[in-house]
Design a protein. Structure first.
Lengths: 241, 179
């Protein structure tokens, strides 16, 4: 008797291949084939995701082990081309005094940016966390998905395009909706994987008061009437995570 | 750090904020290094794998928004899948496999059971409904990345038999988890 005989039609075979991929038992070529399918077949990717969620509690058995202290600098060098000189000072990397020294010097030299990078230090991430809200803008009926991060002190909305193309000859327009009031346009979302939209003081106040973001498709250049005319393709509450 | 906080860090990483990426590394690298080490059982290889994993996390952080997985589940999946791919890519001599088996702890110890969350107790209970050797095979495959070929050799059964065992076990396991 074959496996297929026992488990019925082919469609359940995908489910089992997804399970085997997540469990980790497949041979190299089978894993590579499954990984390609995850990239190209959303239904298969979904099956894999379900199995990841089912089996994830087993991962609790992985003991945390501190990686070597210079591992992050190697990663940074690979990603951002950080000065290789940093690696030659491996001995210094484990010294807290060195880190404090670096952070203070860097703070003086480069202002707040560097301070935010070394967040274990007193002048660190706290103010940053308090001023920011994050939302995933999505809708069940579409594959349009954006990440939105709102910085209330700068009144800046950073949008990262995750998935879903705008239809030909249409633009995505961003709206803020506060309670029962009519939606207020924040403008057409510029094309790009990561864009910023600046808000007026009034809009900033509306967002602070709990307005939600919505994205509609509109004619090129945005809604002619100033009110949304196209369908909502993504929606999200900034506080809702 | 709460799951919501890790979610925010991944989202901010997707927006190319290095400060968020640094924090994410600080709070998650020990867990992910533990994953790489357990699967690869070689410190140098695990270190290299960990670098690859965080390079992937930086470049693919926006993918997280498209999943419904918890942030730690997503991060562990990135690390596990990469480590298992590396494991498959190397030709392991039989001696190393025996060693790997000795390192594995097929059953959770009472202490880790006690501190485990309810989800983990639940999956342990469901694994407990499987025949002992099959539960051991499922756990070993998940935690150590054992392949069908290795498991078949260890349990001294044909590869197709092992495949049938594990497929049935996985379906039973899911049925129990969804009960």
């Amino acid at each position: 008797m074959t496996v297929a005989d026992e488990h019925g039609p082919e469609r359940s075979d995908d489910d089992l291949v997804a399970a085997e991929y997540v469990l980790g038992v497949l041979a190299a070529e089978e894993r590579a084939a499954a990984a390609r399918r995850i990239e190209t077949e959303p239904d298969f990717a979904h099956l894999v995701e379900h199995w990841e969620a089912h089996l994830a509690p087993m991962a609790g058995a992985y003991e945390a082990v501190e990686p070597p202290v210079n591992a992050k600098s190697v990663i940074d060098a690979r990603l951002f081309g950080t000065e290789p000189a940093a690696q030659e000072k491996a001995g210094l990397w484990s010294s807290l005094a060195f880190w404090r020294g670096v952070a203070v010097a860097a703070l003086l030299a480069f202002g707040t940016y560097v301070a935010l990078t070394y967040t274990s230090l007193p002048f660190g991430s706290q103010p940053l966390e308090e001023q920011r809200f994050v939302a995933s803008l999505a809708h069940d009926d579409t594959d349009v998905r954006y990440l939105a991060i709102y910085d209330s002190t700068k009144r800046d909305v950073a949008l990262s395009h995750v998935s879903g193309a705008r239809p030909d000859g249409r633009d995505f327009e961003l709206w803020a909706i506060e309670g029962d009031r009519p939606p207020v346009s924040l403008g057409v979302i510029p094309v790009g994987s990561s864009v910023h939209v600046a808000l007026s003081e009034a809009l900033g106040a509306a967002i602070d008061a709990g307005a939600v973001f919505a994205i509609t498709t509109e004619p090129l250049g945005g809604s002619p009437s100033g009110e949304p005319t196209g369908p909502v393709v993504a929606l999200g509450d900034l506080r809702d995570i | 750090m709460t799951p919501d906080e890790i979610t925010k860090l991944i989202f901010r990483t997707a927006l190319r904020e290095r400060a968020a990426f640094d924090l994410l590394y600080r709070h998650t690298s020990a867990k992910l290094f533990g994953v790489c080490l357990r699967v690869l059982k070689d410190r140098a290889e695990a270190e290299e794998a960990l670098q690859d994993v965080y390079v992937k996390i930086w470049t693919k952080a926006d993918r997280f928004a498209a999943t419904d997985l918890s942030p730690i589940t997503w991060l562990v999946a990135v690390a596990r899948n990469h480590a298992i791919d590396k494991l498959r890519a190397r030709k392991a001599p039989a001696a190393e496999l025996d060693e790997a088996q000795a390192v594995a702890d097929p059953m959770p110890n009472p202490e880790s059971m006690a501190e485990a969350g309810s989800e983990r107790r639940r999956i342990d209970a469901c694994l407990g409904e499987l025949e002992t050797d099959r539960a051991t095979a499922v756990r070993g495959a998940y935690l150590n990345g054992d392949s069908y070929a290795e498991l078949a050799a260890r349990f001294d059964v044909p590869l197709n038999t092992m495949r049938t065992w594990l497929r049935r076990s996985l379906l039973k396991l899911r049925e129990c988890l969804e009960r």
